[in-house]
Ligand binder design. Structure first.
Ligand SMILES: [Zn+2]
Length: 338
């Protein structure tokens, strides 16, 4: 039933399928992963520079600031190296067009930090082109592709600091949400969509989704992917364990159906200084980004909101968190004493 609805909604949009330009994605990655930004460590002045670049791109596209008149959710880094320095999540919003549904939100996100600099070596800079300048370029690319499409629900474009230091920016947002989490119906997070040279072999024209069948999002996006010939895949080994390995985990922990899209999970330059911008496949990246944009619009326009799949036993904790978020009594309590 739901897949039929989504398929219909999607077919209506086929004539206006989001257009993502490879050369624009390349421009974003080339800047963010340049040596000038010194590996975007958290916290660092270069990470602040990166946040300003992302905000400027959002503004150019016509995405509105998410935090009053600002794109920045600022706070102080609290622990270890750099304690006391400013860190920021970048928050932009495309307001929904429906008077009721515009008070519901779909989050599209990626982390814009990386590992900074190594202590020694000829090349010291962890450029983090695939991890995760590619995801940030994807977020900006989706914003550009759908900015004029008047979605019913509001779409939030979020880029996080501190992922590499333990999902810190996304966890901060989940505890200090700018838009109510109760009304946040889905989060589509993006990691590593540029490299196609997966250590398991070439990965072209398809995209992995973590926690593939944990919620209705995976099967619905896979249905869309099938329509346009971009398979959305459940990796047989990594789909479930990698669900906890990126910023979607912070949202899932508070009950929001949230997943991460990736092209190659394991590639030769992962967390090494050689993760450079010239090794990404931008044409493939544009194709994948367009698919994620289509999934985003579908969720934003659908008559139904995504939900956690009860038949998947790994989702029990997320369902419990979701019910707490919505103010419903947990199932175990409602069964008691009646
Ligand atoms: Zn990453």
């Amino acid at each position: 039933m739901m897949t039929t609805l989504l398929a219909t909604a999607f077919l209506q949009q086929l004539s206006t399928l989001p257009v993502v330009k490879p050369e624009e994605l390349k421009r974003h990655v080339t800047y963010l992963a340049s040596d000038d930004l010194k590996g975007r460590g958290t916290p660092s002045p270069e990470l602040i520079k990166a946040s300003e670049y992302i905000a400027a791109e959002f503004a150019k596209i016509g995405i509105q600031p998410g935090v009053g008149k600002s794109f920045f959710q600022s706070t102080k880094w609290e622990r270890g190296r750099g304690a006391g320095e400013e860190v920021r999540n970048v928050v932009g919003v495309l307001p929904g067009s429906d008077p009721v549904l515009s008070k519901e939100y779909v989050v599209v996100s990626a982390h814009y930090d990386h590992l900074g600099e190594a202590k020694e070596g000829t090349d010291k800079i962890f450029n983090g082109a695939n991890d995760d300048a590619s995801g940030v370029a994807g977020v900006i690319g989706i914003a550009a592709a759908i900015a004029q499409s008047k979605p019913k629900r509001s779409i939030i474009f979020l880029t996080f600091y501190g992922e590499e230091r333990g999902l810190v920016g996304s966890t901060f947002y989940s505890k200090n949400p700018v838009f109510p989490l109760k009304n946040t119906v889905a989060m589509l997070n993006i990691e590593q969509i540029g490299r196609t040279d997966d250590s398991e072999g070439p990965r072209v024209g398809a995209v992995n989704l973590t926690g593939f069948d944990f919620s209705t999002i995976g099967p619905a996006c896979a249905k869309l992917g099938k329509e346009v010939g971009v398979p959305v895949i459940e990796h047989p080994q990594f789909s479930a364990p990698f669900f906890m390995a990126s910023d979607n985990a912070a949202f899932a922990a508070v009950g929001v159906p949230a997943h991460t899209f990736s092209v190659a999970y394991e590639f030769s330059d992962y967390h090494k200084v050689g993760d450079h911008a010239d090794k990404l496949d931008y044409d493939n990246m544009a194709k994948i980004t367009a698919l994620i944009a289509a999934c985003t619009l579908n969720i934003a326009n659908s008559s139904q909101v995504p939900s956690w799949n009860k038949y998947q036993k790994r989702t029990a904790r997320y369902i419990e968190a979701y019910e707490k978020l919505q103010g419903k009594a947990p199932v175990s309590q409602t069964n008691k004493g009646s």
